[in-house]
Write a protein that binds this ligand. Structure first.
Ligand SMILES: [Cu+2]
Length: 379
């Protein structure tokens, strides 16, 4: 594989963007140029960042990443910073995010329709793709670096908020983002109503059309997203179908995702964690990964926001963080871990979170509370 001449520039963009103004280099334009100019080289050569190099080397599966999150020197899990600002006055009527099956059918259909609308709305900032694709792009470019690191929770919290805002602004969606409480389905995840082909997101790949991912998954042939055409496959441009391939775990019959990591007792144990670091670590390695890898296909890639279930899965993870924060007021500023997946530096609540064209960069402190600053919701 050729060394990517742009990688240090990209890393700079991803790692040390210190303000939202430096948006001159659009990674997609570069990706597009590389895509158009590629001749004899295989797709590995239009990779776009250090992240991609790691992904290709690891056969695109998260499963091959280290199994524990590296830990900085432990300080008791307390943020060294004092509580910064609270403005509860700005959020007097938080919107309620509800579990998918507690939505009325017309509300479920309104949400699904709004998602399809975003997939049909051209990107505002790129010459190709839709706003839906932009979200998958920003997740793989920026969000991927927050995994196995402290900003995992706050970065995804604000990402979901931006998603919700785009549904409102571009597709007239009036509700709140729903979440998928998989603890309700742990005994038979594959039978969850979330996979309904009418009031859900479609089911397992139908095993009829193999996916381009080459991981045994296949195109989802039922439900509202059966015709969805996705633009990004990890860091490449490759139009493809939405693919899933429910994985067999342990004693389960083929196609039955194990619910062991998402059983209610596992979540209860998680909520008993004393420190942010441990909550973050355990949530990612248990619930987060079990569902991503269990559904497989697009959902187990860095471009996992290609699967519309992404937003409901991450809302549930955000809800776990929120439930944990509710237990003690001091947890609205408790933040600890590494700055990013590649970093050795300890994170700070003043670090910036970046979203490229989807929204302004914000300090982590802005995403610590769901009822202050720009956020105003509850579960
Ligand atoms: Cu993510």
């Amino acid at each position: 594989m050729e060394a990517n001449p742009n990688s240090s520039e990209e890393d700079k963009l991803l790692e040390s963007r210190s303000s939202e103004e430096d948006s001159t280099a659009d990674p997609t334009d570069r990706l597009l140029q590389q895509h158009q100019s590629q001749r004899k080289c295989n797709w590995h050569t239009f990779t776009i960042s250090g992240l991609t190099v790691a992904l290709v080397a690891s056969n695109l599966l998260w499963a091959s990443f280290p199994t524990t999150i590296r830990e900085p020197p432990f300080n008791g899990g307390k943020s060294a910073l004092p509580r910064t600002h609270t403005h509860f006055d700005t959020c007097s009527k938080p919107v309620l995010r509800r579990e998918w099956r507690n939505l009325a059918q017309h509300e479920q259909l309104a949400y699904l329709g709004a998602v399809i609308c975003l997939a049909n709305t051209p990107s505002r900032s790129r010459s190709i793709g839709s706003i839906y694709d932009d979200f998958a792009f920003v997740h793989m470019q920026i969000g991927a670096h927050t995994h196995e690191a402290a900003p995992f929770f706050p970065w995804h919290r604000m990402f979901l908020h931006l998603w919700e805002q785009h549904l409102h602004d571009f597709c007239g969606f009036e509700g709140a983002l729903p979440y998928w409480d998989w603890t309700l389905d742990w005994e038979n995840l594959a039978a969850s109503p979330i996979f309904s082909n009418v009031t859900g997101f479609g089911g397992d790949g139908g095993h009829i059309i193999a996916s381009a991912l080459d991981d045994g998954s296949s195109c989802v042939g039922d439900g509202p997203f059966r015709d969805l055409e996705l633009l990004y496959m990890n860091s490449t441009i490759q139009r493809h179908c939405l693919a899933r391939g429910f994985i067999r775990y342990e004693d389960k019959a083929d196609g039955h995702i194990s619910g062991n990591h998402v059983r209610p007792s596992a979540v209860a144990r998680l909520l008993d964690q004393e420190h942010y670091y441990h909550l973050n670590n355990a949530t990612q390695w248990e619930m987060h990964n079990a569902i991503h890898w269990g559904l497989r296909g697009d959902f187990s890639q860095w471009s996992s926001a290609n699967d519309p279930i992404f937003y409901l899965h991450h809302a549930q993870l955000d809800r776990i963080w929120w439930l944990w924060q509710q237990k003690r007021a001091s947890r609205s500023t408790e933040y600890y871990g590494l700055k990013s997946r590649q970093s050795e530096e300890t994170a700070s609540i003043q670090d910036l979170l970046h979203y490229l064209e989807l929204g302004s960069s914000i300090p982590v402190s802005e995403a610590m509370q769901v009822d202050a600053g720009t956020l105003c919701y509850r579960y």
